[in-house]
Structure formats: structure tokens, C-alpha cells
Design a protein around this ligand. Structure first.
Ligand code: GTP
Length: 359
């Protein structure tokens, strides 16, 4: 049996995660202590994948710097870069030039911003056993309107692919992990902008090709928004999704080397404290991601937020659901709530932003 190969889609700009993604692509953001992709690479390897082609575009060079030839991860990694982004389908077609498998072999394709506990090896076996053209991992969500809605018949055959429809016919959605038969990838037009969600999948279904759904109820999360990104990191630290890449045992918090946490501070609920970061006495950090070298001063409260590398949160400041860019300073007494974003290097003076429900 030849080595199982995969394509990892990592060329997106990650606009919904700005300002975190201004300098770092979404798949490289530190998540539970390691670049997000490290969790996906470890999981793919555990499922039997041995060779992965990265489909890069935005800040392409940073991926090779982070992962090299892959030997550290027990993988062979290749990099294929689009000069201009070709969309998901165009990217898969472009990356396929670096595959070594034959036309009938299964190829795993992963979106680079998904945390999933599903059994990739079983999805591949299901695909091969049924002789499908493509097999889509499906999961159920409460609000399917933001995703690709994917109805199936009793035998698991996909009957339609409805991308971001206001009237979803099912709660089952495209979970962003596909198994393609190699020859199907080769039939995507070369060098053109193509969306698998809007063109390839609906086209295959229309043409009568066997497109299967692989539905399961394991852990699944799209980390495209700040709130989801924080949740993903927290769930990995807490062990709600087991990851071979977690740098330490699962638990209430993850402290990276050199982190200094006062015994009088509270750090809990799956928070990560970056390398050499400081959390002073009386500070309370819950469910958040603190970057390397940041400082949370005495008595500050940081809940469900991301604090960038080298940022400082002063005494008495309160962050909930906020994103603080690298090197920013949040002065004393500020209250940043519900989706606030502070750009890198910005200095907020004392009490510049307050929240009050009674004015
Ligand atoms: P937003 O801008 O916040 O929507 O994020 P995104 O740019 O990552 O887009 P989206 O979440 O829709 O993309 C799904 C996956 O496909 C992500 O892993 C992206 O990195 C990847 N992706 C999207 N467009 C392209 C592309 O044109 N080329 C490549 N190589 N990858 C892409």
C-alpha cells in the first residue's frame, strides 16, 4: 500500500481573526502552546498520513520556517505556493502537482483552521470501500447558515451542497475534511480560481458522481473567529479534544517555559500563559490565550481573550472576549468587552474605554 498523502489548505488571509493574522497566518497562531497546525499534523500522522503538501499563498514563507521538511513530526512536508490565491479548488489542484500517488489513490484534504476529533482513517476506509469520487466529513451544528449545508440520502450519498444558504435544509454541514480520489482532483481546471464549495462539489453531484457524506458526532470546531479561536485553545488545554501535540499534560492551565504566575493570581479554565509572560498577584486569567512576554498586572481581569506577544494589561483593567494585538498597552481601569479588538502597538490611556449599561 503506497503512503497516504494529504493536502493542507493554508493560504487564506484569516480576515475574521485580525489583528492577530496581520503578521501571522491563522494556521500558525499559537494555540495551546504550539502553532495551530501542529495539532492537525499530529492528528493526520496518527491517522496514517505520511506526506503532506501545504497549499500556501498568504505569507507562504512562514510555513516552511515553522515546519521545515517535517522530519520533526515524522512526516514529509512539501510546499506549493499560489502567486495569487486560487480559492480552495484551485489551491487543491495546484498542490496536487506535488503528490506522488496514482490516479485511483485516496488523497486527504484538510482545511487549515479546523479542530476535529473524527477518525480520518475510518473516513478514508469508507471512501475506498464505497469507491467514491469524494467523501466529505459532515458534522451537526445549531446554526448551519454560516456553513456549507450538506443533505444526504439513506445510504450516505450527498444530494446537494448548499454553501452559506439562509434556509438550510439540514443541520449537517461541511466539516472541512475531504477524501478525494486523485483523478477527481486532476479534473479541476489548472491555474484558475475555483471554489470546491461553490463549483466542484455541486458540479460533481450534478454530474452524478458518487459524493459521500461521512457524518459523526465527535469534537469539531472551526476556529475562524476570535471567540472560536479562544475556545479551541481552551478545549485543547482542558483535554476536551486530545492532541498529541499539546506541550504538557491536559489540565486547568498551560504555562509555557519561563512563565511567572504569582501564587496569589488565579489562572484557570484552560488558559495558556506564554513563555516568559508574567501574571501578577490578584490578577484573574480564565480561558484565555496569553502570548509570550506579555504582562498582566496586579488585579487585572482577562477572560476568554487573546493577549498578543509583549502586550501589557495594567492594574484594574478588565478584558472579556477581547483581542489585544502584539505590544499593545491597556492602561489602568479600561474595560474592553464583547468583541473589542486593539491593534498592535496601540496604547490605551487610563480609563479610556469604559462599559456602562446605565447611561
Ligand atoms: P477568513 O478570511 O477569516 O474567512 O479566513 P480564511 O481566509 O482562512 O478563509 P476560509 O476560512 O474560508 O478558508 C478555509 C480554508 O481554506 C482555510 O484553511 C484557508 O487557509 C484556506 N484557503 C482559503 N482560500 C484559499 C486560497 O485561495 N488558497 C489557499 N491555498 N488556501 C485557501
Amino acid at each position: 500500500m503506497p503512503e497516504l498523502e494529504a493536502i493542507l489548505l493554508v493560504g487564506g488571509q484569516g480576515t475574521r481573526l485580525r489583528p492577530l493574522t496581520l503578521g501571522t497566518p491563522k494556521p500558525l497562531l499559537p494555540t495551546a502552546g504550539v502553532p495551530f497546525l501542529a495539532h492537525q499534523l499530529a492528528q493526520a500522522r496518527a491517522a496514517g498520513v505520511r506526506r503532506i503538501v501545504f497549499a500556501t499563498s498568504y505569507r507562504a514563507e512562514m510555513f516552511r520556517e515553522a515546519f521545515g521538511d517535517g522530519s520533526r513530526f515524522g512526516l514529509t512536508l512539501e510546499y506549493m505556493t499560489e502567486e495569487t490565491p486560487l480559492g480552495t479548488g484551485g489551491a487543491i489542484r495546484n498542490a496536487a502537482e506535488a503528490l506522488t500517488c496514482g490516479p485511483d489513490a485516496p488523497v486527504v484534504v484538510l482545511n487549515g483552521d479546523i479542530l476535529s476529533g473524527h477518525d480520518i482513517a475510518d473516513q478514508v476506509a469508507w471512501h475506498v470501500g464505497r469507491g467514491a469520487a469524494v467523501t466529505l466529513h459532515l458534522t451537526e451544528v445549531d446554526d448551519p447558515s454560516r456553513f456549507g449545508c450538506v443533505p444526504t440520502d439513506d445510504e450516505g450519498r450527498v444530494t446537494a451542497f448548499l454553501e452559506k444558504t439562509p434556509n438550510p435544509v439540514t443541520n449537517r454541514i461541511n466539516a472541512g475534511c475531504y477524501v478525494f480520489t486523485r483523478s477527481v482532483i486532476d479534473s479541476i481546471p489548472e491555474g484558475e480560481v475555483v471554489s470546491v464549495e461553490r463549483e466542484t462539489f455541486p458540479g460533481l453531484i450534478e454530474a452524478g458522481a458518487l459524493v459521500l457524506g461521512y457524518a459523526d458526532a465527535s469534537y469539531w470546531l472551526d476556529v475562524g473567529t476570535p471567540a472560536a479561536f479562544v475556545k479551541g485553545s481552551r478545549d485543547l488545554v482542558l483535554g476536551r479534544l486530545a492532541s498529541p501535540a499539546l506541550p504538557g499534560p491536559a489540565g486547568d492551565l498551560l504555562a509555557l517555559p519561563g512563565a511567572v504566575i504569582s501564587p496569589e493570581a488565579k489562572v484557570a479554565e484552560g488558559a495558556t500563559v506564554g513563555a516568559r509572560a508574567v501574571v501578577e498577584a490578584g490578577a484573574k486569567v480564565t480561558g484565555s490565550v496569553l502570548g509570550d512576554d506579555c504582562v498582566i498586572e496586579a488585579g487585572a481581569i482577562v477572560a476568554d481573550s487573546v493577549v498578543g506577544t509583549g502586550a501589557r494589561v495594567a492594574s484594574g483593567a478588565v478584558l472579556r472576549d477581547a483581542v489585544i494585538g502584539d505590544g499593545a498597552v491597556i492602561g489602568p481601569g479600561n474595560e474592553l468587552l464583547a468583541g473589542s479588538r486593539v491593534w498592535p502597538g496601540v496604547v490605551l490611556p487610563e480609563c479610556a474605554v469604559r462599559f456602562s449599561s446605565d447611561v
